[in-house]
Design a protein around this ligand. Structure first.
Ligand SMILES: [Zn+2]
Ligand SMILES: [Zn+2]
Length: 492
């Protein structure tokens, strides 16, 4: 012991350390804690001020029964993976005024994007903006996003470096240099366009890559169709965006009704293992899924119900998407008639959809760049978007060899997006042409708190691995006779 220890303000006290004892009063001293004793176990995230899809409700919870930490597995309930404790997580209807606020904010953001990305200007200006954006792309969200991903979630496919620039889109003027900003205006007449056409939908459009496009109308929908090329300029497929409107949305069994049913009905939505399956570090899909019809088992294995077990809301969406798919493919074929598109030409007809994948997205749930290129999948994919808005972005894969026409991102690993389009409540998207999946990839970025996407495909039984799978697909993928009364014609 230090010999200064018992030296009190210069007065040295002679103490024999070996004879020191504790007094009873010291040993018995207790002071009662005043106030509520807080529990170390956090309560299950409450619904106060929440509607059910907020980020705080998606992260996970501590089981009230066993006290263990759990992931949020199901859309409509809390479920403990230890001992099966279950508690309903009731969804409140997402308020109309919140949806309206989201839509208004989204429209503002999209029109800024259109100006910044010079959608209706000559390609020279677009390129300058792209370069400036890419040079000023210092907000490295790929890192922060991954760090914030608390339970090593992954998206539908491989984790890509997320090079989203949406977050800063509102203020990205700081990134571009001042002169550009003042020259870029959304007035198409000022500069001659490479290929004439004014685009009123896209928020980014690389006109060197996408040179063929058209406006269409189907029923009460207006639609915009873009044709995607390969390196030789041959058209390999089309992307058709059906833009809905308040009139369509409000029709009986239209998008408003479908949304309101889906958000409350338990259709089985859950997150599925997507990475290091079975390991304690297993990662789940970011969004919640339920498959109907033929089984979808690519990458992530999704639980499936036959169409005969599907609720009416799913079958109504299916018939809407059948109509959209057929309409878009017909228009594609008409446009390409007489044009030699080479070996990767899109098929002139579509195959009937036998599968529908329902996805539920809570706040901030995104789908990173991926393709749907599995060999069993037919040439056409159609998707209906319900609820909160989102942005869909397309870029060529590096292997497309399109470097002459599109710049790379500043990291050099990916191309810039060549097309970016808004997807709002009631909108539909049809992608047609299998080679698109080989040469392009796409991402969907959410811009609100609650969204559903219903996606239809044709899964080719002939390419399935076993007779059992083929049998299963034929039974589950058969569209029930009674549902043909839901056939959709564009609300005309
Ligand atoms: Zn438990
Ligand atoms: Zn996909």
């Amino acid at each position: 012991m230090c010999d200064k220890f018992f030296d009190f303000a210069g007065k040295k006290v002679a103490i024999d350390v070996n004879k020191l004892t504790y007094t009873k009063a010291f040993l018995s001293e207790r002071t009662q804690f005043q106030g509520d004793i807080p529990s170390l176990k956090p309560p299950i995230p409450g619904s106060e001020g929440c509607h059910g899809t907020e980020k705080v409700l998606r992260r996970g919870f501590v089981c009230a029964d066993c006290g263990c930490c759990n992931r949020r597995l199901f859309w409509n309930r809390w479920f403990c993976e230890n001992r099966g404790f279950t508690l309903d997580a009731t969804m409140q209807p997402y308020p109309d005024h919140v949806l309206e606020e989201e839509a208004a904010k989204f429209d503002g953001l999209m029109s800024r994007r259109r100006r910044q990305n010079a959608v209706n200007r000559g390609s020279a200006v677009s390129d300058l903006v792209e370069e400036a954006e890419s040079a000023g792309d210092t907000t490295d969200r790929s890192i922060s996003d991954k760090q914030m991903t608390e339970d090593s979630e992954v998206d539908e496919s491989d984790i890509d470096e997320d090079d989203s620039d949406m977050a800063g889109a509102g203020q990205s003027k700081k990134n571009t240099n001042g002169t550009l900003e003042s020259t870029v205006r959304e007035s198409p007449s000022e500069v001659a366009l490479d290929n004439g056409e004014v685009d009123l939908l896209a928020t980014r459009l690389n006109r060197k890559v996408i040179r063929l496009m058209q406006n269409l109308s189907f029923g009460r929908y207006t639609a915009r169709q873009y044709f995607l090329p390969d390196i030789d300029g041959n058209i390999i497929g089309s992307l058709t965006l059906f833009t809905s409107n308040p009139q369509i949305n409000a029709m009986a069994n239209g998008p408003n009704d479908l949304y309101r049913q889906l958000e409350l009905l338990d259709i089985g939505l859950r997150r599925n293992p997507a990475a290091i399956v079975g390991h304690k570090l297993e990662g789940l899909t970011r969004h919640f899924q339920q498959n109907f019809g033929a089984r979808y088992k690519f990458g992530v294995s999704v639980q499936s119900k036959g169409f005969d077990e599907a609720p009416e809301v799913i079958l109504r969406a299916l018939h809407r998407l059948r109509w959209a798919g057929q309409s878009a493919v017909k228009a594609t074929t008409q446009m390409l008639t007489g044009r030699d598109c080479g070996p990767n030409a899109p098929p002139t007809e579509t195959k009937d959809f036998n599968e529908l994948l329902a996805l539920g997205f809570m706040e901030d749930d995104r789908i990173n760049y991926h393709d749907d290129g599995e060999k069993e999948l037919g040439p056409t994919v159609a998707a209906l978007s319900l609820g909160s808005p989102s942005v869909m972005r397309f870029r060529p894969k590096i292997k497309s060899g399109l470097g002459e026409f599109v710049a790379k991102r500043s990291n050099g690993k990916f191309f810039m997006d060549v097309l970016e389009v808004p997807m709002k409540h009631g909108d539909m998207m049809v992608m047609h042409g299998p080679a698109i999946q080989q040469l392009y990839e796409y991402a969907v970025e959410p811009m609100g708190g609650r969204r559903f996407s219903l996606t239809c495909r044709h899964i080719d039984p002939e390419k399935m691995a076993s007779d059992e799978d083929r049998q299963d697909a034929a039974v589950k993928g058969a569209i029930p006779e009674y549902s043909h009364s839901f056939a959709y014609n564009g609300d005309i």
